[in-house]
Design a protein around this ligand. Structure first.
Ligand code: SF4
Ligand code: SF4
Length: 351
């Protein structure tokens, strides 16, 4: 984790700028060393062209000037890139930086990960067999070893749980188990992209066992997580998001309008930008400052605001917490965790 008052002031200043995007996810590669049932990344017939680190860094500087405050690096597995350390080192100076791994590479790339604000390790169940049914043989063991090893090394590790029908009954237990150890838990919602024909890239694979069919049970999990948040600062989903999801599960009504290309944007390995991964690219990251105020982007924004195609949790979260007030509400929701992170970062900088 890299905390400094310069970084904090830069983020605070940019988060107050209206009419700017604040969240970016950069899919640095579509290569992966796992074959999860929920995912299309590994099914790509060939690896996508990847921008070299110096171009990613140039793109990150453009994102900062545009107003972005948070960057999430995922893929594929971004740790498969040899230059991930260089990219994280640069990103973590300006953004709240999260990087994903399935647990297979984190311990081999410790040096690269030290500056990330969150190293999110994918793990869906406390039960090894249940986890590996959807993530592949050996996934549970390597994820658990990575979580343990990162924590011992003082790297800021979090557990990333994909909520699906298959693990719905275990969400509360996995949350309690890791937050009791002081390890934050964040969440994704299973989704499938199979019906989308033209998109930035495809990510969610259709699987009947994973589709969240029991909406009443999903709504109960939202209530249980809201309850857990009262005593556990490491439950990394806001109460507002949980309330909105619960309402959606029970009534089908969305308490948000999608903020793709308004509050957030996605970038593919080649530097192409779209509002979300299900939309066609609208510009290259290098052309973004010029493209952002154009009529074409205004129309894409309006189209996204009326779109109800998906329920990917990060997109829901960004949409619900847009603008300066939205950011303040996230800070308020996470105030106890932020205070504890700041204390431990200050302690390790004194060592
Ligand atoms: S979900 Fe993540 S770890 Fe699994 S195949 Fe897809 S990119 Fe790889
Ligand atoms: S709802 Fe938003 S994030 Fe989902 S497909 Fe539509 S524009 Fe993309």
């Amino acid at each position: 984790m890299r905390l400094s008052s310069r970084k904090a002031l830069g983020i605070a200043g940019r988060s107050l700028r209206p009419g700017r995007p604040h969240h970016a996810q950069w899919f640095l590669t579509n290569r992966c060393n796992r074959q999860c049932l929920s995912c299309l990344a590994w099914r790509n017939p060939k690896p996508a062209a990847e921008l070299p680190a110096r171009e990613v860094i140039r793109g990150l500087d453009i994102l900062r000037s545009l107003g972005i405050i948070e960057v999430v690096f995922s893929g594929g597995n971004p740790l498969l890139r040899d230059d991930i350390g260089e990219i994280l080192d640069h990103a973590s100076r300006s953004f709240v930086t999260t990087v994903y791994d399935n647990g297979s590479l984190a311990l081999k790339k410790l040096g690269a990960l030290r500056n990330a604000d969150f190293v999110a390790i994918s793990l869906d169940s406390l039960d090894e067999a249940a986890n590996d049914r959807t993530r592949g043989t050996g996934a549970w063991r390597s994820a658990m070893e990575a979580i343990d090893g990162l924590k011992k090394e003082g790297v800021s590790v979090a557990v990333s749980v994909l909520i699906s029908q298959a693990n719905l009954r275990g969400i509360v237990d996995i949350t309690k188990s890791f937050t009791d150890m002081g390890i934050p838990v964040l969440y994704c919602l299973y989704g499938s992209d199979s019906t989308v024909e033209k998109s930035l890239f495809r990510l969610g694979a259709r699987d009947g066992d994973l589709a969240l069919d029991d909406r009443a049970a999903a709504a109960r999990v939202c209530d249980e997580l809201i309850e857990l948040k009262r005593t556990r600062p490491g439950v990394l989903i806001t109460t507002r998001t949980l309330r909105a999801l619960k309402k959606y599960f029970l009534t089908g009504e969305r308490a948000w309008s999608c903020g793709a290309l308004r509050d957030f944007l996605m970038i593919d390995p080649g530097g192409n930008v779209a509002g979300c991964h299900l939309k066609e690219p609208g510009a290259s990251v290098f052309d973004l400052p010029g493209a952002w105020p154009t009529r074409k982007f205004r129309e894409l924004r309006t189209e996204s605001a009326g779109c109800e195609t998906c329920l990917y949790l990060c997109y829901v979260f960004y949409s619900l917490h847009s603008g300066a007030l939205g950011h303040l509400s996230v800070l308020w929701d996470r105030r106890r965790m932020i205070a504890s992170l700041w204390r431990s970062a200050a302690k390790s900088s004194r060592r």
